[in-house]
Structure formats: structure tokens, C-alpha cells
Ligand binder design. Structure first.
Ligand code: BJW
Ligand code: ZN
Length: 247
């Protein structure tokens, strides 16, 4: 059954020059990065309210930092998988291809993706918790020199430069992601489609006339809203679609 859907998607992509791809944790699953929801997901083991909110951080910054330090160590050993590689290739070969990712692992960056918008930040960047005015900085040290780390400008507490629940997404990233909804084909890949505002992008793209498709292991709340819902592993389905695009 997927055969027919894969061919339909490939046909759409062949005739398009403006393509937007929204990715989530499922795209990095085959690289060994844990997803958030579902079997083996981080939120099965940890409570989001204890670790991924500003309140949690102000209550116990060391606890939150220990969790991020553990994830940084785990992800430092992960490499891009075939899904990242196909997306990176498409980002450079379609006339205009935007990649909007919710992932904070930077595996799209490692794969060489062009036109990448990271709406939830990066695990490899830090920012000043007291907002002294210092710009976010990159720190890829594993392990980090001190826990919790401090801001090089003011000496105050540093935080991971990621977006926690209840926080606004970076304004420029929201603007770029929204503009990317103006496209011919919008693909939502490996995301449970429950976290807003990212989950709203596929609806926005459809509203603007894009052909929308989902690639995910299982159905999500987006499945009924898209023209084409294809279920299976992104790391296998994307190379299959890519093969159909090359004459
Ligand atoms: C595969 C696969 C394979 C597996 N191949 N597929 C009620 C209604 C609506 C909204 C809200 C509400 N209450 C609160 C809100 C707002 C809230 C929200 O959306 N909550 C919902 C959960 C209910 N959103 C926010 O708070 C956002 N900010 C905001 O709205 O600001 C405005 C505002 C400000 C102030 C006050 C009020 C409003 C911020 C959201 C930040 C999300 N942050 C996290 C953590 C980032 C840092 C970190 O990593 O530690 O971002 S949470 C986590 O979820 C992470 C992800 O980016 C995000 C999305 O997850 P994703 O990528 O979809 O992963 P999974 O695990 O959920 O799904 C993986 C999928 O892949 C599964 O479906 C698998 O089946 C599939 N899969 N292997 C293909 N091989
Ligand atoms: Zn500072």
C-alpha cells in the first residue's frame, strides 16, 4: 500500500521547486537519539514538568543540567542517518527547500543541511539565565567543565539554549518557519505533531495551498489533516523516495 503512496509523493516532488520539511525526534531515532513520546521516549522515564520548564530550572538548576549533560553525552556519539542525509541533499537540490526542525541534537547541521530553521534551539548552545545581554554561545565540551555552567559575561548561571514548555520560540525562527509554509509540498516527518506552535505549521501550509504529506512510524493528529500519510521508518522511506526522484 505504501508503494502507491511513495510513488504519489515522488511524483509531487518531481514537479515542485518549493519544498518545506518539518522534522521531529523520529528523524533522529535511527541515529540512537531517544524520542520524547512513545515506547522508550524520554517522557516515559522523566516528567517534562520536572526538567523542561523554566520553573523546573529555577527550582533545581543542577538537576536539570545533569539531565542535559547526560543527553549531550549520549548524542555526542550519534551520527546522522540516511533520513538526515536525504533531507540534506534535498535542501541543496530543490530550487527552494526549507528545513524546519524541532530537534535540538544538531544532526541536521552535521549532515550539511542548508536553509535550516531550528525552532527549539540546540543542546550544544548555552545562554545566560539572568539575561545579562550576552548572546548565546556554543559549547560542545562533553563532559561540560563545570555543572551547572556559568555565563562567561556576567558569571551568573547559564542554561541550555533550548525552548522549554511555556517559553516563546525565537521570533526569527517562527517568522522563517511561517514563511516556509508558502510552498508547493510540505512534508512533516518523525514528529508526534502535538507540540505547538510547530504542530500548527502543517495546517498553515495546507491553508496556503501546499500539498501536505506525513512520514511517521505511526498515525498522529496530523494524519487526518494531510493529503498523504505514509507510515514507516523515515530512515528507510526517504532513501526510497529519493531513489524514485533520480532518473
Ligand atoms: C518515527 C521514527 C522513525 C519514531 N521514523 N518516525 C494546550 C493546547 C495547545 C498548546 C498548549 C497547550 N498547553 C500548553 C501548550 C503550549 C505547549 C504545547 O504545545 N504543549 C502540548 C504538549 C500540549 N507549547 C509550548 O509551550 C511552546 N511554547 C509556546 O507555545 O509559546 C507560546 C506561549 C508562551 C508563554 C505562555 C503560553 C504560550 C514551547 C514548546 C517547547 C517544546 N520543547 C521540547 C523540549 C526541547 C528541549 C529539549 O530537548 O530538552 O521540544 S518538548 C519536546 O517535544 C521537544 C520536541 O522538539 C517536541 C516535539 O517532539 P517531537 O519531535 O514530535 O518528538 P516525539 O517524541 O513527540 O515524536 C516522535 C515521533 O516520531 C513519534 O510519533 C514516533 O512514532 C515517530 N518515530 N521513530 C519515523 N524511525
Ligand atoms: Zn550573563
Amino acid at each position: 500500500m505504501n508503494e502507491d503512496k511513495l510513488e504519489r509523493l515522488a511524483a509531487r516532488l518531481r514537479g515542485s521547486s518549493r519544498v518545506t520539511i518539518l522534522t521531529g525526534a523520529g528523524v533522529s531515532a535511527a541515529s540512537g537519539v531517544p524520542t520524547f513520546r512513545g515506547t522508550g521516549g524520554l517522557w516515559r522515564q522523566f516528567r517534562a514538568e520536572d526538567l523542561a520548564t523554566p520553573t523546573a530550572f529555577s527550582r533545581d538548576p543542577l538537576l536539570v543540567w545533569e539531565w542535559y549533560a547526560w543527553r549531550r553525552e549520549l548524542i555526542a556519539g550519534c551520527r546522522p542517518n540516511p533520513a538526515h542525509e536525504v533531507i540534506a541533499r534535498w535542501s541543496r537540490t530543490f530550487n527552494r527547500c526549507m528545513v524546519v526542525t524541532q530537534n535540538v541534537d544538531d544532526l541536521h547541521v552535521k549532515a550539511g543541511t542548508a536553509n535550516l530553521v531550528r525552532v527549539h534551539g540546540s543542546l550544544w548552545e548555552l545562554s545566560c539565565w539572568v539575561e545579562c545581554g550576552a548572546l548565546p554561545w556554543r559549547d560542545e565540551a562533553v563532559p561540560l567543565e563545570t555543572l551547572p555552567p556559568s555565563c562567561p559575561a556576567c558569571g551568573g548561571l547559564a542554561r541550555p539554549a533550548v525552548v522549554w514548555f511555556g517559553e516563546s520560540l525565537p521570533q526569527h525562527a517562527v517568522a522563517e518557519a511561517t514563511e516556509a509554509c508558502e510552498c508547493e509540498v510540505f512534508l512533516t516527518i518523525g514528529t508526534s505533531a502535538v507540540v505547538y506552535p510547530a504542530a500548527g505549521l502543517v495546517h498553515e501550509a495546507r491553508r496556503r495551498g501546499a500539498f501536505t504529506a506525513e512520514i511517521n512510524l505511526e498515525p498522529t493528529p496530523a494524519s487526518d489533516a494531510v493529503e498523504l500519510a505514509i507510515h514507516g521508518p523515515a530512515d528507510q522511506l526517504l532513501p526510497d523516495i529519493a531513489k524514485r526522484l533520480t532518473p
